[in-house]
Design a protein around this ligand. Structure first.
Ligand SMILES: [Zn+2]
Length: 251
């Protein structure tokens, strides 16, 4: 039966991941409901149902539009597959506990933010405002210990980024700060501080690698959102293990 549910959450994640792609692409341009059908960004032709199957359509069409042969961004299948796999991991990790709901919401928000930030260098306020009350409700049905740690977490997340923004004179944006406020509610204060630290480590390592392999240019700004996504997921799933490892190794 577990296999059945794992498949169920995987497929649910694939389908929702496809939807998150659309939300992440359209919300910053305020056109979420302007066009009902998905279309090719190159030739603007509406896509048929068989061109919208998550991951599979991309693979069958070898990453190109069937009509104009324009290149389709690998971001689409990566978001779909990532959401599918992570949804399955969430079920594997939590089963049908209330925390499963918080976990699925977290993956959903991060998927949308990943798309928006990579595409437009923007973390949309409207996405954060949608998820904020959902996470607050989630922390009532699946509380952290002690119960107030999400509140302190939200404040800590915002203050930490505010300090960095002032110190670095705009190295990070207000969008990053608001995102950490929301993440603080999900993670609690200790883990949100750790999530920021790990995000910067990912950011430094991956940016250096991309610069060294000449995949990005030195002058071009790099969106920080993808590193926040990686950092907060790492801490959400492995935060307790990381704290234990740190405490037993150094004290
Ligand atoms: Zn096309």
């Amino acid at each position: 039966m577990t296999i059945f549910y794992l498949c169920y959450f995987f497929i649910l994640g694939l389908i929702l991941g496809s939807f998150f792609n659309v939300v992440g692409m359209r919300v910053p341009r305020r056109q979420l409901f302007a066009e009902n059908r998905s279309y090719c960004p190159h030739c603007r032709r509406s896509l048929q149902w068989f061109e919208l199957i998550p991951v599979l359509s991309y693979l069958l069409q070898k990453g190109h539009c069937r009509h104009c042969r324009g290149r389709i961004s690998p971001l689409y299948p990566v978001t779909e597959l990532g959401t599918g796999l992570l949804f399955a991991v969430c079920f594997w990790h939590f089963g049908f506990q209330p925390e499963l709901l918080v976990a699925l919401l977290l993956i959903s928000m991060l998927a949308i933010i990943l798309v928006s930030d990579l595409r437009y260098m923007e973390i949309p306020d409207r996405v954060l405002l949608l998820f904020l009350p959902l996470f607050l409700a989630g922390r009532i049905i699946s509380p952290l210990d002690p119960w107030w740690t999400p509140i302190i977490g939200g404040i800590a997340g915002v203050l930490q980024l505010a300090a960095i923004i002032i110190a670095s004179r705009g190295g990070m944006g207000a969008g990053d700060m608001k995102l950490f406020g929301v993440l603080g509610i999900v993670l609690g204060w200790k883990k949100v501080l750790l999530a920021f630290f790990i995000s910067t480590v990912y950011g430094a390592v991956i940016t250096l690698f991309l610069l060294a392999s000449k995949r990005i240019e030195r002058k071009k700004p790099v969106p920080f959102g993808p590193f926040i996504v990686l950092g907060s997921l790492t801490v959400y799933f492995f935060g307790d293990k990381l704290f234990n490892w740190y405490l037993t190794s150094f004290f």
